[in-house]
Design a protein around this ligand. Structure first.
Ligand code: C2E
Ligand code: CA
Ligand code: CA
Length: 515
């Protein structure tokens, strides 16, 4: 709807005024039976029609304004309720309404998809809101260009989009979404740092069954919210994988859902427990360190290993607090063992990549360290190569500050990702932890053994210590020893154990070494 300009309204009012002036003059002339019927010579009639005309034109102008305001209010209210300002797409409310409309009218099979940009908040924080908005617009354009008639696309907030697409079979939907995500990954801005990393996304998919469809529109709207919730749940299982991924909703996984109230309860009731897995010097088999690994003693679900909850916490942000809890627990124990005269060995703690973007991350670690007056070299911070997604400048800066404090830094899961060597080239780390999966697959062949040998060789040339994870057999241990690996960690040596058991191990280690 076009907004009327002041000039247009003024012109209309002036025209009304002039027309009124001449029409009144004309009428008076006709009534008085004059021959010249244009201008009345009676001055008071002229003055009267002049002012009356003015008054009417003012009223006309006010009336026009009133209509314009009403129209723009209506438009504004509509936009606020249904349109996303950044992309111009409909928002979640519009999606629900339109989807309900489509599903009540059409019989075909559909899928609801929630597509989310991985680490969108990080992109915003690092590259600025303008860059974030540019990415959203780019995605919106791709989605708009790729949906068919009768399908719907909308933005659901932050880096999230909702789609209603026609369903043929799982493979068809997956292939289509993967192509969309590949297109999204093509996003490049040469003038900014973002050109250095690709914009990846994940899709959660829920296939709408016939039984989910209701004939009543209101009920359908209600159910669309549930359907979106299920697609979101599927998404939550894969978010943050740093690559394009699709997941279908599966009822069984949903039953394992961890709620926020579970976490609150867990903190209040000390349900998180720190275990330590010892690491051994490969040459003389002495205890050379430990890795802190968290477990959740859940009040109803039982004893949970991190794979059940760490990915969820990485998504909802709770991992930051949990890592700090593990870090503090380790500092407290190291202090206790120092006081006992046990000469504790270095313990590593896993650090989620989310910390790197907390302004006070380094200060928080330092504060806790100071609280226990602990020498920083007794702590090693394990970062994973998945942080390769982030800006190298930012990571280097954080690592430098951590090194300045005296922490050792290790790169965890080396060889499990796709940019390990790139990370090594760019980052100053002290320890290389060779991923257990990588080790399993390669240790059985000559070629695999050569690769392990080369990794160890390369790490030693770079002045890094090597730790082999997941060592399960004597053959693996021997192979590592032959190739000059420094430290081994795995079930062959010891399982992760409660802190009290690890304490006993340290005490006996001290006795064995004759101290
Ligand atoms: P990770 O850092 O790679 O930890 C090593 C995992 O390998 C541990 O699993 C450990 O129990 C397992 N492991 C050790 N030796 C062997 C072996 O010989 N064979 C096999 N197959 N596995 C072995 P866990 O404790 O279940 O931890 C899984 C992952 O959860 C960890 O992988 C780490 O990424 C994450 N995690 C654990 N605790 C924390 C934490 O406090 N903070 C963060 N951010 N992540 C944590
Ligand atoms: Ca680790
Ligand atoms: Ca690891």
């Amino acid at each position: 709807m076009k907004k009327r300009s002041l000039f247009f309204k003024g012109s209309v009012a002036l025209a009304v005024w002039i027309v009124f002036f001449f029409v009144t003059n004309f009428i008076v002339c006709v009534i008085e039976g004059r021959e010249k019927v244009f201008i009345n010579e009676n001055i008071s009639v002229n003055i009267l029609s002049f002012f009356l005309g003015f008054f009417i034109s003012v009223i006309v102008m006010l009336f026009m304004n009133l209509i314009a305001i009403k129209r723009s209010d209506k438009k504004h209210i509509y936009e606020m309720a249904y349109i996303d300002k950044v992309t111009g797409l409909g928002n979640k409310n519009k999606f629900i309404l339109e989807t309900a409309g489509v599903l009540t009218k059409n019989k075909g099979k559909y899928a609801v998809v929630v597509l989310e940009v991985n680490n969108f908040e990080v992109i915003n924080e690092h590259f600025g809101l303008d860059e974030g908005d540019a990415i959203l617009k780019y995605i919106a354009d791709i989605l708009k260009a790729n949906i068919f008639e009768g399908e719907i696309v909308s933005r659901a907030g932050a880096g999230r989009f909702n789609l209603l697409i026609k369903y043929d079979d799982n493979d068809g939907v997956k292939t289509r979404l993967e192509m969309l995500m590949d297109d999204i990954s093509e996003y490049r801005r040469t003038d900014t740092e973002i050109s250095k990393c690709s914009v990846t996304s994940c899709c959660g998919i829920y296939i709408i069954n016939d039984t989910d469809i209701f004939n009543n529109l209101k009920e359908t709207e209600f159910n669309i919210s549930n359907v979106i919730g299920r697609a979101k749940f599927a998404l939550s299982q894969i978010l943050g994988k740093y690559m394009n991924y699709c997941a279908f909703y599966d009822e069984e996984t949903r039953n394992q859902l961890i709620s926020d109230s579970d976490v609150e309860y867990a903190i209040k009731n000390n349900e998180f427990v720190v275990y330590i897995q010892p690491k051994y010097d490969i040459k003389d088999h002495t205890l050379s360190g430990g890795e802190a690994l968290v477990r959740w003693n859940h009040h109803s679900k039982g004893f949970l290993t991190p794979d059940k909850f760490v990915p969820v916490f990485e998504k909802n942000g709770f991992i930051v607090d949990l890592d700090m809890f593990v870090f503090e627990t380790v500092c407290k124990m190291q202090r206790k063992w120092l006081d006992m005269g046990v000469n504790p060995v270095r313990i590593s703690v896993n650090q989620s990549r989310m910390h790197l973007f907390k302004r006070d991350y380094v200060e928080n670690l330092k504060e806790i360290l100071d609280k226990y007056s602990l020498p920083a070299e007794l702590i090693e911070l394990e970062i994973t190569e998945t942080i390769a997604f982030e800006s190298m400048d930012v990571i280097s800066e954080v690592l430098k500050r951590l090194h300045d404090i005296g922490f050792k830094i290790s790169m965890d899961d080396f060889g499990s990702g796709y940019s390990s060597l790139n990370m090594l080239k760019n980052l100053d780390v002290d320890v290389l932890k060779i991923d257990k999966g990588f080790f399993e697959e390669t240790s059985n062949s000559k070629r695999g053994q050569d690769i392990i040998e080369s990794i160890i060789d390369m790490a030693s040339k770079l002045g890094m210590e090597t730790v082999a994870e997941g060592v399960e057999t004597v053959e693996q241990a021997e192979l590592l020893q032959e190739n000059g690996c420094d430290i081994a960690q795995g079930y062959f040596y010891a399982m992760p154990m409660p802190i009290s058991d690890y304490e006993n191990l340290q005490i006996s280690n001290k006795k064995d070494s004759g101290e």
